[in-house]
Design a protein around this ligand. Structure first.
Ligand code: SF4
Length: 364
């Protein structure tokens, strides 16, 4: 917790908090349960106490906008080939030492948030730019959930989908509300040991597993998982075996898993980048444990990046980085070779956005 001393930005009222006996106010959005005195901020730094309530300081404010391929989130089974309008704010409720977006997630400078963007304007921009979805990404939308939900509401009115890229570290009630507005999610399953979550991220594994089970069993949200493999920390055969078995047993075989490469960053500069063989090994362990769709990421690997039919093993969607090649799905989302139903959200044709990444500014 910290005492906010910079010029006070606009504050937006929030709902998930309660007063505790000692006079502090507890935020109930995530398991950190920050208990705040007047003027203090939570660990995420974007929620803080004003008077007797918790407010959000980043409503309607963004660290920038970019149009990306949906495969970059990564989502390989959700409107493949389509463009997604991506944005984030500042702050985070975990403290991962390997953070690959630390300039935004660890930002305490509200001037990082250069671009103002109210929900209707954002939804309209997605339509104008031909984006099929908006992604809350770069930092975790859990901590700015009121803003993300209002953007999702505005998107629904104009037929734009919403995607949450999150660590899934949140409490039950906000979890239920938040995911009732999302269409797809990529959740980080950062490791499969409590010690990793505790020592390296400052969080707990079980809460993330609860989020994954909630999404699969209680919502229609399309879910994919990402694990950033860090040499020596979360990449042992044993851990990958336990993780992928759990995914198949608890979530089913059709939740795609992405194993992505770490590069030295933030407080983990002394660990080498992940060798591509590690990603391939993780993918093989997942496939052999029954995961139907397993991918490598952040490396050039056409096989590891492409989708194969779990039934006849023919290539279904060929990918080279974020560029799509061969398309082996019929108009109903089935394998053209064997007619097996392929899990995901597909349209009759793939999108044609390609691998472009286009930063944009919003006109107010
Ligand atoms: S969302 Fe932020 S303020 Fe609320 S409990 Fe989590 S870290 Fe603390």
């Amino acid at each position: 917790m910290a005492t906010g001393k910079e010029t006070s930005p606009e504050s937006y009222p929030t709902r998930y908090w309660h007063k505790v006996d000692d006079g502090r106010v507890q935020c109930d959005v995530c398991p950190r349960h920050c208990r705040l005195h007047e003027g203090q901020r939570g660990l995420c730094y974007v929620r803080g106490r004003e008077g007797d309530e918790i407010v959000l300081y980043t409503y309607g404010r963004s660290s920038g906008f970019c149009i990306d391929p949906i495969e970059k989130k990564p989502l390989n089974h959700f409107l493949p080939g389509s463009a997604v309008l991506s944005f984030g704010t500042a702050g985070c409720n975990l403290a991962c030492k390997f953070c690959q977006n630390w300039d935004m997630s660890k930002s305490r400078e509200m001037d990082t948030l250069a671009d103002a963007a109210m929900p209707d304007r954002l939804a309209q921009t997605a339509v104008e730019m031909g984006c099929r979805s908006i992604a809350f990404t770069y930092n975790d939308p859990v901590i700015f959930m009121e803003y993300a939900i209002d953007v999702a509401r505005a998107c629904r009115e104009v037929g734009v989908k919403t995607v949450a890229v999150s660590a899934g570290y949140m409490d039950d009630a906000p979890r239920r509300e938040f995911f009732s507005y999302m269409d797809a999610a990529n959740i980080d399953l950062k490791a499969f040991t409590e010690s990793f979550y505790h020592k390296i991220c400052g969080g707990h594994l079980q809460n993330v597993l609860d989020t994954l089970k909630y999404i699969v069993h209680h919502t229609d949200v399309w879910l994919e998982l990402t694990t950033l493999l860090i040499p020596g920390e979360n990449d042992s055969d044993r851990e990958l075996d336990e993780m992928t078995r759990w995914v198949v047993e608890q979530l089913g075989p059709n939740v795609p898993m992405h194993f992505t490469a770490f590069h030295p960053d933030w407080k983990m500069q002394d660990i080498p980048p992940t060798p591509s063989e590690t990603l391939t090994r993780a993918r093989q362990i997942a496939l052999s444990n029954g995961v139907n769709y397993a991918y490598t990421g952040n490396v050039h690997d056409k096989t590891g990046g492409s989708t194969f039919c779990p039934s006849c093993h023919e290539v279904l969607i060929e990918r080279d980085w974020y560029e799509l090649g061969y398309w082996g799905l019929d108009t109903g989302g089935c394998c053209r070779a064997c007619q097996a139903v392929i899990a995901g959200v597909f349209e009759a044709q793939p999108g044609g956005w390609g691998s472009k990444r286009v930063p944009i500014r919003l006109l107010q």
